[in-house]
Design a protein around this ligand. Sequence first.
Ligand SMILES: Cc1cc2nc3c(=O)[nH]c(=O)nc-3n(C[C@H](O)[C@H](O)[C@H](O)COP(=O)(O)OP(=O)(O)OC[C@H]3O[C@@H](n4cnc5c(N)ncnc54)[C@H](O)[C@@H]3O)c2cc1C
Length: 610
Amino acid sequence: MDSTYDYVIVGAGSAGAVVAARLSEDPDVRVCLLEAGGPPPPSELVPAAVASLQNDPATDWMYNGDPGGVGKGLIGGQMMVPRGKMLGGSSGLNYMAYVRGHPGDFDSWAAGGADGWSYQEVLPYFLKAEGFVNSPELHADPDVHGHDGPVGVSVRQPILPASAQFVEAAGATGMKQGDYNGRDRLSPEGVASLFQTTTKDGRRSSTFHAYLEPAMDRENLTVVTGAHVERVVLEADGEVVRATGVACRTEHGTPETVAAGTEVVLCAGAIGSPHLLLLSGVGPREELSAAGVACVVDLPDVGRHLKDHLHTPLMFAADGIGETMTEVAMSLGPDALRAPAGPLPADPADDDDLPEPLAAAKAEAERRIAEWFTTGRGLASSSLYDAVAFFSTGLGDEHTHDGQIGFLATGYTPPIWEGVFRLPAAAFFEDPESFLDPTRGQVVVLPNPVQPHSEGSVRLASADPQVPPRIELNYFDDPHDVAVMVAVMRRALEIAKAWPGGGLGEAVIPPHLAQAHGHVAGAEPSDALLEDLARHYALTVYHETSTCRIGDVVDPRLRVHGIDALRVADASVMPNVVSGNTNAAAIMIGEKAAELIATDHGVHLHEVVG
Ligand SMILES: Cc1cc2nc3c(=O)[nH]c(=O)nc-3n(C[C@H](O)[C@H](O)[C@H](O)COP(=O)(O)OP(=O)(O)OC[C@H]3O[C@@H](n4cnc5c(N)ncnc54)[C@H](O)[C@@H]3O)c2cc1C
């Protein structure tokens, strides 16, 4: 590994891939991008295969977090904290919802001191990144989309009837059908839509595919996979502390130092970046010394102010509405139908002499995946997290919509609920085998408050870089978040009642909670029951942010306080979590960071929009 570059970027995720690709547009600049994971597997491109990438150490860091006031019913009692570990980072693992946030989110960042981060100032970077392909079903606001950017943004084809019904039902409760990434997000009555997704021709458009793949051949860009960075190398000269490179372990476990002539940029995400700062001696002095790390710069807020979103699954039996898992598996090709979960033999070599129905199922699965491959169309073309509504509960945070309701068009299987989401099917359902029968339809409505007031933390558990940090999610620490969750759940139940054709019926209430609250079938669930449902079964929406936030840890140009030549650029710098899914904002941060760095050091980018 050549050890001298101008820029060393740590983490090839939603933001890091963007920073590396943009800076290396200037052929005179030498960029090294270090990524702990490897190239994504082929299934990463297939949107409906998304759940298979989670819980796999090859693609997921598989962190765990203490859930605080929720998680009482989850298997093991810990919340999963998946993070993408591959080129593309979490943009390779995520559910592909493309949501920028409410304009008021960014204006409140700027009002809090994040100069340059108001909505009008960040909008050009969203547009620069976006390659939007319109579709009549999206009711798109024509003035706020970029069409020439690298990240594919589109809607799945064909549209799923259930998702269109969700939007109609939300409309029946008073919400507008429109563009939640456009001016309709300002609608006081709320807005509902099919999800715009980070897909191109039915395939995932991660930042690996969008930014890095086209740049990999550049002579001035070195991308190293399997490189686990262990700390930033800091050199002190009198009062001045400067980042001069990073220490990492190669995929073979060999320690190496990679020197940075101009800057080190940490893009390791909301868990990885504070962890690396702490390992490097940058953080709260007492916490560092307790872990045996010498404090170089005492920065008390490193790893603090962690924000995340939670949603509580409301499940509905929906034969003829939801997509059955048999159909979903069939659309993912024959390998998704193999044993132990499916009816085909585990080894394709044993496919000779299949009985006629199985041979027909295999042929149909081959036809469907081939159709997706050639046209981008079919059930495989979205994660099935497929439609959404945003609105205000009226309980505060008037600068934005504080409620989101997501819609999942299928019910998944017991192994996915238990293995991926840690939700114990036997406790959640009266009769899990029958409810989650893969030949029957179910849908999941996901009430999701998006302006939590509770804050968690990422702390050093050990000075050993291989030991994961301690993650305290601290959900529901602030009672405000409980009230908002119950209000968003009520609105979700209203949408279910307004479903075209007479309503969706009753949401599943786990029998043990029904009994504890004296709930009888057909009755309206009480607030106490809804709260308890959330305290038992609310799940992370995977939106960790704000652990190196602008103001406390970095300045508005993303430079770490007290250290020269070190920036952080990823979801950790968000002063507060946006009121929606976080990938688009992380990409925007990567775009803006590249311009900030270019301006400070005379790097020539192809296009400057700020
Ligand atoms: C399962 C899941 C589903 C999600 N669904 C959605 C969704 O549908 N829509 C949406 O908008 N958002 C979604 N998100 C959130 C969104 O993807 C993230 O907020 C966003 O990707 C964060 O970008 P980032 O650049 O901050 O970090 P990441 O994209 O996570 O990038 C960090 C990178 O740094 C690397 N790294 C970390 N530590 C080190 C180290 N020590 N050495 C070397 N490399 C390191 C990681 O491997 C990774 O590649 C989801 C996230 C997950 C995990």
